[in-house]
Design a protein around this ligand. Structure first.
Ligand code: SAM
Length: 200
């Protein structure tokens, strides 16, 4: 009798283990944590606002779009898929880079975009013809010297936050998740011109 009870308990345990939904070996691969705390938390730009940003910068097939803090890659992926541009996304969070690569594969644009896992402040984005930002005011301000050093004519688009006293070429109002927000466009002026001075 005791042996029968033990056998039944053993069988029950085996059945429960076999039926557990995610045995350890089938769990999704873990992605490493960021090398340091990101300067800005992740919040994706809604797709219709991504479109507004790319339209404002007049993105086209000759453009190379850099998104600094690129999240799930949506800005450069849309730039490639719908505007024929090439794109580079930079994000400090390996999880975001993994998502971006998967999203680029799904969108069929892996030949036109790439994603760099790294700190945007340590990334050379001089080749950009368009730079997109959805960061924080203090980060935008820290970026100003790097943005000012870009090639004259490079377009900079920022969702929500401005660049301090740099005078934008254009400001478009959009309806964001948290109410009305701005999308700003600046164009890098000829070298020697004052920061924020318009090209034309
Ligand atoms: C507000 S989200 C914007 C995501 C994307 N650009 C979009 O508009 O959907 C900011 C992103 O910046 C990344 N980030 C924050 N600090 C960073 C840094 N120093 N270098 C690179 N990426 C950073 C975060 O991981 C996050 O994905």
């Amino acid at each position: 009798m005791r042996i029968r009870d033990l056998a039944a308990a053993f069988l029950l345990a085996v059945t429960l283990l076999a039926g557990s939904p995610l045995p350890a070996q089938q769990a999704p691969a873990q992605v490493a944590a960021p090398a340091r705390t990101p300067d800005v938390p992740y919040e994706p730009t809604p797709p219709e606002i991504v479109k507004t940003m790319l339209d404002l910068a007049k993105v086209g097939p000759n453009d190379l779009v850099y998104d600094l803090g690129s999240g799930d890659g949506r800005i450069v992926i849309m730039a490639a898929k719908e505007y024929g541009a090439r794109g580079v996304g930079v994000d400090i969070d390996p999880q975001r880079i993994a998502e971006s690569n998967a999203n680029a594969r799904r969108a069929g644009v892996t030949d036109r975009v790439r994603f760099i896992e790294g700190d945007l402040f340590a990334t050379d984005f001089y080749p950009a013809t368009v730079v997109t930002l959805f960061l924080w005011p203090s980060v935008n301000m820290q970026l100003r010297p790097l943005l000012r050093a870009l090639k004259p004519g490079t377009r900079i688009v920022s969702y929500v936050h401005d660049l301090g006293d740099w005078r934008p070429e254009q400001v478009v109002k959009v309806k964001g998740q948290h109410g009305e927000r701005n999308v700003y466009l600046w164009i890098v002026p000829a070298s020697g011109a004052a920061a924020g001075e318009r090209v034309q």
